[in-house]
Design a binder for this molecule. Structure first.
Ligand code: UDP
Ligand code: MG
Length: 319
């Protein structure tokens, strides 16, 4: 019998876990003896009692495993920990807050049985998110598309089913500054879309702050592409060319008319403009150097406090 892992990163989700577990139980009951399930919770340094609740329900539900990270490492790394510990022939990643509707999972499993390796949920509508968040995400995907090497699909997130071979590929990519969305595209394999409408959060507030979103956005643009560097280089070239022509113009003009003082505003504008662009491009390079610095340290991407495993290991042989 095939084993399917449902992998759930959680950070302060104590009010959602029981509701989520109920849904997952329904799902497993629906498949009855056709599949085995593993419910793998990754506790990403929650400050509330999320882990205690999981520990409690794990006593009665032998399908539950969990990994307790040593602190909050962020969702991207929590997911990596999930992929590292998942035992399933397929792994489904979903949020703990029920924004990813579990009723979609059966259609993902069907597509997997049809031979697809990477069945991703595409959000066709979202409930309960502000106009600005929606607009922001639209604009972001447009800009990201211009910069990244492999196209990243808009409105496609981390609600997806991955076949074992995709999981094995993802866990070979060990960088600690991850943008998993572009990794899914990078690994390739047979992909299939399944549409869903995202729900409102069941309980609690989103963990994302603007600063996290900006960090993730920057990561997305430069993690898989050197296009921003090329962009800086070529715009630098064009700006210098224009400045050079302008310089000759000023030079000739001064020689012909003999007066130079009226040029003061132009000078100020030029200096400000040029130093501004230089700072931006230095910043772009700085971003890359910062990433290189973090990666060359070659630290483990996350650390584990405890791995709780109660699923018989003969299932590991299948994988
Ligand atoms: N999450 C996590 N670590 C974090 C932040 C979030 O594991 O540092 C988990 C969170 O518990 C949830 C999922 O990632 O299961 C998505 O988080 P959230 O709902 O806050 O994000 P949004 O749905 O608003 O994008
Ligand atoms: Mg959410």
């Amino acid at each position: 019998m095939k084993l399917i892992t449902i992998c759930i990163p959680m950070y302060n989700e104590s009010d959602n876990i029981l509701a989520l577990h109920k849904e997952l139980t329904k799902l497993a009951d629906f498949y009855d003896t056709r599949y085995k399930f593993e419910f793998l919770f990754i506790n990403d340094g929650s400050l509330d009692d999320s882990l205690d609740i999981v520990r409690q329900i794990a006593k009665d539900d032998k399908r539950i495993n969990f990994v307790d990270l040593s602190r909050n490492f962020g969702k991207e790394l929590a997911m990596l920990a999930g992929f590292d510990h998942a035992k399933g022939d397929a792994v489904i990643t979903m949020d703990a807050d029920l924004q990813h509707p579990p009723e979609i999972i059966p259609s993902m499993i069907t597509e997997w049985e049809n031979g697809y390796d990477d069945v991703y949920g595409k959000r066709i509508a979202r409930k309960g998110e502000s106009f600005f968040k929606k607009l922001g995400s639209k604009v972001y995907y447009k800009i990201l598309g211009m910069f990244s090497k492999v196209p990243v699909l808009p409105a496609v997130g981390d609600f997806r089913l991955l076949d074992r071979k995709c999981v094995n590929s993802i866990i070979r990519l060990r960088e600690s500054q991850r943008y998993t969305k572009s990794m899914y595209m990078w690994i390739g394999f047979e992909k299939k879309e399944v549409q869903f409408t995202s729900n409102e959060r069941y309980s609690g507030k989103t963990k994302w702050r603007l600063k996290h979103l900006i960090k993730l956005a920057v990561n997305g643009m430069i993690s898989d592409s050197t296009k921003p560097l090329h962009f800086s280089f070529y715009s630098g070239l064009i700006i210098s060319l224009i400045s050079f022509i302008y310089m000759i113009y000023i030079f000739v003009k001064t020689i012909v008319t003999g007066s130079s003082t009226p040029g003061f505003p132009t000078l100020t504008i030029l200096i400000l403009f040029l130093s501004g662009t230089q700072l931006i491009f230095l910043g772009v390079m700085g971003e890359y150097i910062g990433k290189i610095y973090t990666e060359v340290k070659n630290r483990p991407p996350y650390l584990i406090q405890e791995y709780f495993d109660q699923i018989e290991d003969d299932y590991e042989d299948i994988t």
